[in-house]
Design a protein around this ligand. Structure first.
Ligand code: FAD
Length: 156
């Protein structure tokens, strides 16, 4: 199958945008990711999917902890920053939740320990055992067909 067809099909699934943060040897590293979902209520588990070329892959294998920060609609700049699409002009200040760095102003912050890793093709799935959650209730940033969107308060 053509890669473009697969990409276009998967891009038709509208998602939020997250920044995964992980701390290793005193340094905080971030990566933009939309491959995130809830897995289990009891125990509380989530999953993220990290590409084999992402530096975050080895970092997560070593640190075994991460946070998922669901971006608010005001945080599109963080999405491009942590996707490596623009240069970092200023230092990003992080907060901490259970000793795990989180992104201030995110719609929701979820801190996790790595419960399991599963290699799947050119990505690795990290199952996160949820330690804590901070809900901030801001409107979420939406990613659809390769572009950013806002909810604009529209309800069906
Ligand atoms: P790096 O290239 O080291 O980091 C990425 C960028 O973040 C760099 O510019 C770096 O300078 C900056 N950065 C890191 N830490 C800090 C810090 N502490 N302070 C300031 N800047 C910092 N890839 C996936 O594998 N899975 C996904 O689910 C996924 N979803 C995506 C969704 C969207 C909407 C987008 C735009 C991209 C997505 N990507 C995904 C691609 C991924 O974000 C990029 O490939 C990213 O560059 C990989 O980062 P890296 O781990 O290699 O780290």
């Amino acid at each position: 199958m053509d890669d473009k067809l697969f990409r276009n099909a998967m891009g038709s699934f509208a998602t939020g945008v997250t920044v995964i943060l992980s701390e290793l040897d005193g340094e905080v590293y971030g990566m933009t990711a939309n491959a995130f979902m809830s897995v289990s209520l009891d125990p509380k588990l989530v999953v993220i999917s990290i590409g084999e070329r992402a530096q975050m892959l080895e970092r997560l294998k070593k640190s075994q902890t991460f946070s998922v920060n669901i971006l608010s609609e005001e945080q599109q700049d963080y999405s491009s920053l942590f996707a490596g699409q623009r240069k970092n002009e200023e230092k990003v200040a992080f907060d901490y939740l259970n000793d795990i760095p989180v992104l201030p102003g995110a719609n929701t912050q979820v801190t996790c320990d790595v419960a399991a890793e599963h290699a799947a093709g050119d990505h690795t799935l990290f199952i996160g055992n949820v330690k804590d959650i901070q809900l901030n209730e801001a409107e979420p940033l939406i990613f659809y067909k390769g572009k950013y969107h806002r909810l604009e308060g529209a309800k069906v």
